[in-house]
Write a protein that binds this ligand. Structure first.
Ligand code: AMP
Ligand code: GLY
Length: 425
């Protein structure tokens, strides 16, 4: 079979490596892919992930049997709709269903209408009305731009002054472009955060192993928000009992709500949850695999990924058992010094030939320069280890992360520390 994947980061590399385990897969094209992904797929750097006409054209001329659209932008832009119109089976939600991520106003209203637990909130179109509301609010409070903002459209002001400048940044200075035409102001929640990715065909759902992201740049959860500096799976805060509560009060009601709204969700639905003193609540939905959650979740998948994706497409997921290994996985992101602020590119990567069999290097931000791998992004590599216990997985991931080198290499040194502490309690 000939497969195509849209995207070019660590998440896409993890999906590609898993898809390749199926012996029927003859070739995978990655649009655009990246330097390291080129070891596992045929990369097409000329076609960017948002160039929908070129993607559809490529799929048609290369007689693609199955496509996977991984990033949020092409999903929101209707890449899956256009591929389907061209007769190409694919994995991912259509644009209408992708609104669950691309519009926070849509997702918050969905949760309110269908009684799905989430932070209390108000929507504002007008900065003046927002400020009036904030003048009597209690702090901290959470302000979110409506649209996609590379994970940066969430501000948590501690007082009215900070709140006023947050409203100005989003609605008047348009720091996140048109994403900030509307804002959601919501209650500040507390509790451990859990990411749960789930395969769904609109009706049946198969949650994946839970995971924990580490979003801040610095050790001890300090510094700026990033795309994610490391992950562990499973998440020890997410017990079997909590999983059942989430299934009954969040997962199944969300799928039913999307069907009732006329936009059944097919693909990977990501539930960003907070385990509050009042029970699990939804912080955000993503319409896609998380990055770097995917780099710890997919290595634990035992069932063939292509078979699952095809069952989602054909709406036969109810007939499929999806199995997971009992072990754990940890991923440490190696970033360019300075990320998420300014950083230099073009640093040569040195990756040892022989790494232990349980370690995988996922390439996120590199390219080939005259046959040599050099850095080209903020998050460069994800070093994942899978092992029987989280402790072993972390030790192996960090040992390998130390052995990989490039000028300016930066990583957090406390990935998984909170998870390990929770397991010892
Ligand atoms: P998001 O981009 O929606 O994932 O938000 C980024 C981060 O902001 C989340 O991972 C949370 O840590 C935090 N956050 C978002 N919404 C809330 C909330 N209502 N209460 C507390 N923290 C929040
Ligand atoms: N790691 C969070 C995300 O993919 O949005």
């Amino acid at each position: 079979m000939k497969l195509l994947i849209v995207g070019g980061g660590g998440r896409e590399h993890a999906i590609i490596k898993k898809l390749k385990e199926n012996p029927e897969v003859a070739v995978i094209y990655a649009l655009p892919g990246n330097g390291g992904i080129a070891q596992d797929a045929v990369c097409v750097p000329e076609i960017g992930a948002k160039d929908i006409p070129a993607i559809v054209d490529f799929a048609k001329t290369h007689a693609i049997d199955f496509a996977v659209v991984a990033p949020d932008d092409p999903l929101a832009l209707g890449c899956v709709d256009r591929l389907h119109e061209a007769g190409i089976p694919c994995f991912g939600p259509d644009a209408k269903a992708a609104r669950i991520e691309s519009s926070k106003v849509f997702s918050k209203n969905l949760m309110r209408t269908y009684g799905i637990p989430t932070a209390a909130y108000e929507v504002f179109h007008d900065p003046k009305a927002a400020l009036e509301y904030l003048s009597t609010a209690s702090f901290p409070i959470v302000i979110k731009a409506d649209g996609l903002a590379l994970g940066k459209g969430v501000l948590i002001p501690q007082n009215l002054d900070e709140a006023a400048s947050a409203v100005k940044t989003i609605m008047e200075d348009k720091a996140f472009g048109d994403s900030g035409n509307e804002i959601v102001i919501e209650e500040f929640l507390t509790g451990p955060e859990v990411s749960v990715l789930a395969f769904t065909d609109g009706t049946a759902i198969r949650p994946m192993v839970s995971s924990m992201d580490h979003k801040r740049a610095g050790d001890g959860d300090t510094g700026l928000n990033t795309g994610g500096m490391g992950t562990v799976a499973p998440n020890p805060f997410y017990t079997a009992e909590i999983a059942q509560v989430c299934m009954d009060t969040i997962f199944l009601p969300t799928l039913a709500a999307m069907r009732a709204e006329g936009c059944p969700f097919k693909g990977c639905l990501y539930f960003g949850l907070m385990l509050t003193p009042d029970g699990p609540k939804v912080i955000e939905y993503n319409c896609r695999f998380g990055d770097p959650e995917t780099q710890v979740v997919l290595p634990l998948l035992k069932t063939d990924l292509l078979t699952i994706m095809q069952a989602v497409e054909q709406e036969t997921l109810a007939d499929l058992d999806v199995e997971w290994s009992d072990g754990a996985a940890a991923c440490v992101i190696l970033a360019s010094g300075g990320y998420p602020g300014h950083y230099e590119k073009g640093k040569v990567l040195t990756i040892p030939e022989a790494l232990p069999a349980n370690v995988t290097v996922y390439h996120a931000g590199d390219k080939l320069d005259g046959g040599v791998l050099v850095t080209s992004g903020g998050r460069v590599l994800g070093i994942t280890a899978a092992a029987p216990t989280l402790k072993e997985a972390l030790t192996d991931a960090y040992t390998a992360a130390e052995a990989v080198d490039f000028e300016g290499k930066y990583m957090r040194h406390d990935i998984g520390r909170r998870a390990l502490a929770a397991m010892e309690d």
